[in-house]
Write a protein that binds this ligand. Structure first.
Ligand SMILES: [Zn+2]
Length: 212
């Protein structure tokens, strides 16, 4: 039997090569060529934020969920939606709102979450907007809260509520909720276990701090 000799120079080179980002972001704007400039910016944002979002939600050691993230621009209704390996973005929306880069981060969060319908609507959307407004573009939004406002609306209001819980009640709340939504063990009682109060009581306390 012949002994295997590993060249140390090659081994070092190979290690460096494998240390390259373990993913690719691919854009497709063939059906909407007017989106080219936005698509290029969105690609840069996704290359930076895909691994960041994965770390925010799951911690440092978790492998990225898919090796290639697809950003597809096309004529369609609505704004955008995520699949398990990418985002479909409305060409019309981009034409009217070329500044809306945060939407890419929101949808990318759904790719990383991949809850497959587990969890709760308000929480899934709240975590996506937590990543968008609290991490990607902090300080850009002030949500108007009224008596009728509720975390159950999801999106930015739920995102701001989660950020308040993280700051004041439990610093690990986002990762714990995310992990539970991902593996299907999420129950709303988790808030009581992790924060000492249920969501309605936490919301009432949050509202008091916002209307002072
Ligand atoms: Zn969403």
């Amino acid at each position: 039997m012949r002994a295997k000799i590993i060249c140390p120079v090659f081994a070092a080179f190979a290690a460096a090569a494998f240390a390259e980002p373990a993913f690719k972001v691919e854009t497709d704007y063939a059906a909407a060529p007017q989106c080219e400039a936005f698509a290029k910016q969105a690609k840069t944002i996704a290359e930076e934020w895909y691994p960041k979002i994965n770390e925010i939600l799951f911690g440092k050691d978790r492998p990225l969920p898919v090796p290639v993230v697809h950003l597809k621009f096309e004529p369609m209704k609505g704004v955008a939606h995520a699949t398990n390996d990418g985002i479909h973005i409305s060409a019309d929306w981009i034409t009217k709102h070329p500044e809306d880069k945060g939407m890419v981060v929101h949808e990318l969060t759904h790719v990383v979450q991949d809850y497959k319908g587990k969890g709760e609507f308000w929480l899934t959307e709240g975590i996506a907007d937590y990543v968008r407004y609290e991490r990607y573009e902090p300080g850009t939004q002030k949500w108007k809260l009224t008596e009728k406002s509720s975390y159950k609306q999801g999106y930015g209001i739920a995102g701001a509520f989660l950020a308040w819980i993280e700051k004041n009640k439990n610093a690990d709340i986002i990762r714990k909720l995310n992990a539970a939504c991902r593996d299907g063990s999420y129950k709303r009682e988790m808030f009581k276990e992790l924060c000492g109060a249920d969501t309605d009581a936490l919301w009432a306390e949050y509202m008091k701090t916002q209307t002072k």
